[in-house]
Design a protein around this ligand. Sequence first.
Ligand SMILES: [Zn+2]
Length: 106
Amino acid sequence: MSRQKQKEGVQQTAKRRVAGLVKMAVKEKNPVRARRYGELARAVGMRNRVRLGKEKQLFCKKCGAPPSKVGVRIKDGCRVLTCRECGHVRKLPVRREARRESKQDL
Ligand SMILES: [Zn+2]
């Protein structure tokens, strides 16, 4: 097996692990364990250059609080994520079908 192939295999495994850990963090009711899962997902992702995907934004960027501790509201066309642990507020634009439309124009 070539080095490249081996690396790809490791990354596939890491991808699965990260996805599983994120899912566990989202489902977990115990905030201590949920945070731990989030931290592990990030650590595994960083070590293997695996992106966490869109679930990443469900975690608090400042203190790493799990999704169950982050409140999401829609305000003025923005998603407002408020952390109930540290009070950190993040605003994310609500994405519509803008991308697909611009592709059709071309
Ligand atoms: Zn926080």
